[in-house]
Design a protein around this ligand. Sequence first.
Ligand code: ADP
Length: 496
Amino acid sequence: MTIRLRLTLWYTTLLGATLILFSVIVYSSLYATLRAAVEQNAERQAVNVASALAKQLVWDPLVIRDDPSAIVLPDVGLFGNPVGVQITGLDGNILKRSFNLGEVVLPEYEQALPDIALGKDHKYYTPPSRGFSFLVYSTPLTINDTILGAVQIIQPVQTSITALNQVSRYLILGTVISLILAAIVGAFLARRALEPIDAITNTAGAITRTRDLGKRIQIADNASEIGRLAATFNDMLDRIQQLFLTQERLIGDVSHELRTPLTTVQGNIDLLQRMASSSAAPTPERAKEISALLNETLVEVQAETERMSEMISDLLLLAQADSGALQLQWGAVELDTLLLDVYRQTRRLADHYKGPGELEVRLGSEDQAIVQGDRDKLRQVLLNLAENAVKYTPSGGVVTMGLQQDGDGVEVYVQDTGIGISDEQQQQIFERFFRTDKARSRELGGSGLGLSIAQSIAQAHGGNITVSSKLGVGSTFTLWLPATGEPLGEHAVPVL
Ligand code: ADP
């Protein structure tokens, strides 16, 4: 059963139950009021007739026994109600009847007599006959303290019954119409309320069918619960689409990056094959040439395979960081000692890349600082920043490294007077495989993964890396780490 149908049924049933309860209450209170009014009226008339007769017969009570036809009934029409009056003796004989009763014989009128004999009033309703029913109200006819019979007021109750029937018809009709209206309005409201859910289902279905992650749910009322669900669903789709695009781009980048070294390796293997298949016996000079070429080829193959293996390790590390499975060996790390170590290595790197004395590597301010973290991984981050500074700073430039306390954290900076990075590219350099100049970076042995990894590691330590740079002037990369932060555990912040 659909939620829409269920809601409509609930709504209608609830309203139906309320209306029926309301109708029953209205009907019964009206019934009780009308009945009380009829009975009060009959009682009043019975008492009035009884007292009028008592006055009339007080001097000659024997009239009742000897000549009841001489009894003069008061004009009951005076009371404004078409009631009949009957005087009944204690033995059940009808002594006198009003004319308006005609020949009608009241059924079971004698049942009042035992009560009358005891001096009590009595009332009963005759069973309906040919659509008519009467209230028979009996009160004792007492003369000189002796009960001589009963005054019986016979009042038709048809008007009250007609009124009650009319009311009950209205109530039933009203209830039925209300229920039909409630079912229609309920179904309409339920459909309106659940429309966004249909929209969500349709959008999810369309995404599954067309594989188009760009589809979004259009909801007018964002403040409602379902509107918020739709907004959350849209946010989730944004995230999935972004992840999907990142993943797609990554796969493209990886295959592209691996193709270049593989092509080089393939070319070198082809060359080696051709050399091996050459049947002519080489002259001593040719043999020397071949040996040098062989050596060169093997060195190149080795370098390319190393590059590939390094790239694959880097990608693995990033994948671990993304999934939160980056393994960190937590411990207290003396950052100043670590920086000194990296500084020394940077000097060697500078000599390696630029030649001895071509690039000045300086140590700037160095506060003492201890942080919680993985020493090897932090070393990897600092080395990456330092190596980049060396690589992208022309000979004659200066690379400065330093450490300073910063409020609740520690900053390690690597500053260079190198080529700099444009404002626009500063946003992108932490993305995987991004390089401002691919050819140049590749020539320098870079794959464009270094800063992504460094940022992942920094974030896994609860810190981050920021950059400020000016084209042609130089760059400053700053690693910020919480000073004495608690170990964050073995996790990393995913997705860069
Ligand atoms: P790569 O292996 O290419 O160095 P990185 O992720 O370490 O990859 O750096 C990404 C890109 O950021 C580099 O290719 C380079 O274009 C730019 N970059 C990084 N550090 C510097 C720097 N100190 N000066 C200028 N450009 C830099």
